[in-house]
Write a protein that binds this ligand. Structure first.
Ligand code: RIB
Length: 296
């Protein structure tokens, strides 16, 4: 039996306040909603849960505030069997995302970072966790300086760095140097442009059209399984976390696995709630041996 990969996720955790509506409002317009729910989210936490549900061993490095969301945010990591020893509680509010999902599944999101923005330092235990991991998985909902410090330490210790540069922004030169794998959507790919050419492995997600890979062995396209879309929130996170868990199987298998995870995540409302487990992904692919936890 191959050992499951160890994935350290350095990133955000938010409480998602989700309103559903027939159509998202235009500027200045008020519309009636059809439902409301609160679901833990944040790109970091979603990706950590996705990697764990794809059978990786996962440690989450992040920050929550001291408010009404502290307990449910801690609980979602515990309940998902994601290691939370490196989750700190900082004074002030937790991260909150206000999300509007319209019929057909498209969304608009405002993230108020709260404690995520105050994750400005990595301590010795954080650095040890990163050095011991096979993969460090990061996004950009925490300060880019913290991501850079984590990535630099990872690289120095032979830990593969996967960056999902979302929400997209200019990256400092010191961070570009440390990235092994970039996972971007097509908008992020356009925004980052030729700067991505310097990354060894680039994966571009294209929603219902699947994903493209470009790397040392060439290029490949992976179609997405067809599903009935309810909510696309967190589908990219499900893709990225599943990809990290399956990366040791090589780009082709990892992409197929991740495309199926992303597709399944879009079939249910709520980011962390909709993330599929390994059995559901393998079943959708019709090939249980693709499971990253399987020994072949
Ligand atoms: O990618 C989806 C996530 O973006 C949501 O869970 C929300 O918290 C924001 O971070």
């Amino acid at each position: 039996m191959t050992k499951p990969p160890k994935v350290a996720v350095l990133g955000s955790i938010n409480m998602d306040l989700v309103c559903t509506t027939e159509k998202r409002p235009e500027p200045g317009e008020t519309v009636l909603g059809t439902g409301f729910t609160m679901v833990p989210g944040g790109k970091g936490a979603n990706q950590a849960i996705a990697a764990r549900r794809s059978d990786a061993l996962v440690e989450f490095l992040g920050a929550i505030g001291r408010d009404m969301f502290t307990t449910p945010l801690r609980e979602v990591l515990n309940d998902s069997d994601v290691g939370g020893a490196r989750l700190r509680s900082l004074p002030g509010s937790s991260g909150v995302a206000t999300i509007v999902v319209e019929q057909g599944g498209e969304n608009s999101i405002i993230v108020t970072p709260g404690a995520n923005a105050r994750l400005t330092e990595l301590d010795d235990a954080d650095l040890e966790t990163i050095a011991e991991a096979d993969i460090l998985l990061c996004q950009l909902e925490i300060p880019v300086e913290t991501v850079t410090a984590g990535a630099r330490h990872a690289r120095a210790h032979g830990t593969t760095v996967i960056l999902n540069p979302s929400p997209v922004r200019e990256l400092p030169e010191e961070l570009w140097r440390e990235i092994d794998v970039a996972v971007v959507n097509s908008g992020e790919a356009d925004r980052l442009g030729t700067a991505l050419d310097r990354i060894a492995h680039v994966i571009t997600t294209r929603g219902a059209d699947g994903a493209d890979y470009r790397g040392p062995g060439g290029e490949l396209h992976c179609p997405s399984p067809k599903v009935r879309v309810v909510d696309t929130t967190g589908a990219g996170d499900a893709f990225t976390g599943a990809l990290a868990a399956a990366w040791h199987r090589g780009p082709e298998r990892a992409l197929a696995w991740a495309c199926a995870a992303g597709a399944l995540a879009a079939t249910e409302l709520g980011a962390s709630k909709s993330i599929p487990d390994a059995d559901s992904i393998a079943m959708l692919l019709g090939d249980p041996l693709l499971n990253p936890g399987s020994n072949r």
